[in-house]
Design a protein around this ligand. Structure first.
Ligand SMILES: [Zn+2]
Length: 404
């Protein structure tokens, strides 16, 4: 028995008495790298239909989406933010784990409050969002402040508010462990209109310098939807474009001994589309988005709702933030990504999904349903200490920003 195995057994024994759920849970699900992907305008019901029944089988099939769902866990019934089905507000939810607006009856410190879809050139989430929260922490804060490295790639330059809010000027002081500086984003590239180059550049960058957390925004289904609508061959083709980009990312992971087996992909959409383009937040077509989790050793092909004790399939509905049965939301992907990296929740975030993992084969008759998110995260933080880490190299410490 090697020392690593001994450590795990020791941790399991300790957790058996410590963990609030009191289950001994193997270290399944945790990874060293997360690629957190937002596909702009990725409408859930249409995606589900075309992946299941390709509209032109000879030319338009979706092997990458099929791989996400046959090898990972997924749902086509996730939700956008309750209040807005627009790009910028939803992306801020995806990195902060906060709603856009204040839910009725909840404290005024819950929401991020940045509701414009067209940020001013100097806007930050902090200065121009909810004034009751001076600093809105993000996925980038948690990863960076724990000594790990980050990438941001977007194919709308409007999303530069994500970069600007966490740069060397506007990012918070790093008070956790070693001081890694205020700039939470080590490498950023923001372009307009096509995701072709950013995916190619992301693959090249990760091959040379693997970074632990990447937020990657892919634009095509939104621009095509604006031009042509969401239920036609042009839109199906735009999803095929995304499928091809995902194939590049799968190849990156498959071909890298560093990434293979240690990388999760979390993919969702900011909103769907088809009713008043996509700005009407009460329309099912607009608020229904998919959510895929791949590479986290979840049961292959599982329904994400079956794996969570605190997320409930909303059917066609639109539960608000006070509903006792919260759906999976795109904003859940913030803390989901942190959980998969073995990191704690984002400070101030309120969307905290729990994931109940399955036991390793032979690891006793432990039903894991009902594990609280706190228990899952606490366990992972302990186990994390025994895992190889990929801290920043000196090259990683030099931030790069490209806009154009
Ligand atoms: Zn749009």
């Amino acid at each position: 028995m090697n020392s690593d195995r001994s450590f795990h057994l020791l941790v399991r024994a300790a957790l058996f008495s410590l963990c609030c759920a009191a289950f001994a849970v193997p270290a399944r699900g945790e990874v060293d790298f997360v690629v957190h992907i937002s596909v702009d305008g990725l409408r859930g019901d249409v995606l589900q239909n075309i992946v299941a029944n390709p509209p032109m089988p000879a030319s338009t099939t979706y092997p990458s989406f099929r791989r996400l769902q046959t090898e990972g866990a997924f749902t086509y019934h996730a939700r956008s933010d309750y209040f807005y089905t627009e790009t910028v507000p939803n992306h801020i939810s995806m990195i902060t784990g906060r709603p856009t607006d204040q839910p009725a009856g909840q404290p005024n410190t819950v929401h991020h409050g940045y509701t414009s879809n067209f940020p001013g050139a100097s806007h930050t989430i902090h200065a121009n969002g909810n004034p009751a929260v001076a600093y809105k922490a993000s996925t980038f804060d948690v990863v960076h402040d724990h000594g790990l490295s980050t990438n941001l790639y977007t194919s709308k330059t409007r999303l530069s508010i994500l970069d600007r809010s966490y740069d060397a000027t506007n990012g918070a002081l790093d008070t956790i462990g070693a001081d890694n500086g205020r700039d939470k984003i080590d490498n950023a590239q923001l372009v307009d209109g096509t995701s072709a180059n950013i995916v190619t550049n992301f693959v090249a960058s990760m091959t040379a310098t693997p970074r632990n957390y990447t937020f990657l925004h892919l634009v095509e289904p939104d621009t095509t939807g604006h031009a042509n609508g969401w239920t036609n061959q042009a839109w199906y083709d735009s999803v095929k474009t995304i499928d091809d980009r995902l194939a590049q990312i799968f190849s990156l992971v498959d071909d890298s001994p560093v990434l293979r087996g240690h990388t999760a992909i979390v993919l969702t959409g900011d909103h769907g589309g088809g009713v008043n383009i996509h700005v009407t937040p009460t329309a099912y077509e607009n608020y229904n988005v998919p959510l895929f989790v791949w590479g986290a050793d979840l049961p292959a092909g599982a329904d994400l709702y079956e794996l969570s004790p605190n997320r409930f399939d909303p059917g066609l509905g639109r539960p608000d933030y006070n509903s006792p049965q919260q759906p999976w939301r795109n904003g859940d992907t913030a803390n989901l990504s942190m959980m998969l990296l073995g990191l704690p929740p984002i400070p101030g975030s309120t969307m905290q999904p729990a994931l109940a993992l399955v036991p390793e084969p032979g690891s006793a008759l432990l039903a894991l349903v009902g594990i609280a998110a706190c228990g899952v995260i606490a366990r992972r933080r302990l186990l994390r200490a025994a895992r190889p880490r990929y801290p920043r190299s000196s090259a990683v410490r030099v931030p790069t920003r490209t806009v154009g």
